[in-house]
Design a protein around this ligand. Structure first.
Ligand code: KIV
Length: 271
């Protein structure tokens, strides 16, 4: 694998098979995207976290398809190597036809190579429908921020044996439905490891321990500038990579190196 050649799904699958860790970050504009691309980030996500870190809202549910398409459109041309994933916002995949329209916009207007949607087995039919039409899908399991108004608060998912088993089954169902990647948010490290072990597709984690195929962080969190990071009480899995670094590109490089070497996440970042 040439370190400079563009990352695509086969490269990501090979990295997973060869146990080369995948370094991922969110980005929302051309400037940061091009710096992280140069720093060796393998995968960039235009996440609906932009509702919080760009729009200053308390949740991701107000983010629209126009918002994600807008930001993706400027991130995409700034990447010469990294693989671009765009988030399907809240309710944009509530029906098959909405999901298809949303995926079409994110891939054609936004330039994304994959879309990400939240949910377990209840999304299998949507995943299958998109996948059969050539849309690469990342299924986001564990903590699903789009459900905040249903859940009331964010908390680690899959701590109990029954919910961990259900998540393992959901991961299998989604992969069988055609998901090309899984993303696990806020789950115990042992559950992250067992889902990764059983998966035939790359598994990316955020607060899912060190035994997944790759790590992702929200850029503003790892630079220490998100409201949560500045509150002094960032989520347990966040590490501030600006610490000790002279500039942002060095912080991105330090993150890539820490993910690749396995230094991040450390035990203190895991559940
Ligand atoms: O929206 C986002 O940034 C995400 C990450 C937290 C994985 O989904």
């Amino acid at each position: 694998m040439n370190a400079q050649s563009p990352v695509n799904l086969s490269v990501l699958r090979a990295m997973s098979a060869e146990k080369q860790r995948i370094a991922c970050l969110t980005a929302y504009d051309a400037s940061f995207a091009s710096v992280m691309d140069a720093a060796g980030v393998d995968l960039v996500l235009v996440g609906d976290s932009l509702g919080m870190v760009i729009q200053g809202r308390g949740a991701t549910t107000a983010v629209t398809l126009d918002d994600i398409a807008y930001h993706s459109r400027y991130v995409a041309p700034a990447l010469s190597r990294a693989f671009l994933v765009a988030d399907m916002p809240f309710l944009s995949y509530a029906t098959r036809s909405r999901a298809l329209d949303a995926a079409q916009r994110l891939m054609q207007e936004g330039g994304a190579a994959m879309v990400k949607l939240e949910g377990g087995r209840e999304q299998a039919r949507i995943v299958e429908f998109l996948s059969e039409r050539g849309v690469p899908v990342c299924a986001h399991l564990g903590l699903q921020p789009q459900l905040i108004h249903k859940m009331g608060r964010f908390r680690v998912q899959g701590r109990e044996a029954a919910s961990a088993d259900a998540m393992r089954r959901d991961a299998r169902v989604l992969e069988d439905a055609g998901a090309d990647m899984l993303l696990l948010e806020c789950v115990p490290a042992a559950l992250g490891a067992s889902i990764t072990e059983a998966a035939g597709v790359p598994v990316i984690g955020i607060g899912a321990g060190g035994d997944v195929d790759g790590q992702i962080l929200v850029m503003h969190d790892m630079l220490g500038v998100s409201p949560q990071a500045r509150s002094g009480r960032p989520p347990r899995f966040v590490r501030n990579f600006m610490d000790g670094q002279p500039d942002i590109e060095s912080a991105f490089r330090a993150y890539v190196e820490a993910v690749k070497s396995g230094a991040y996440p450390a035990a203190e970042h895991c559940f």
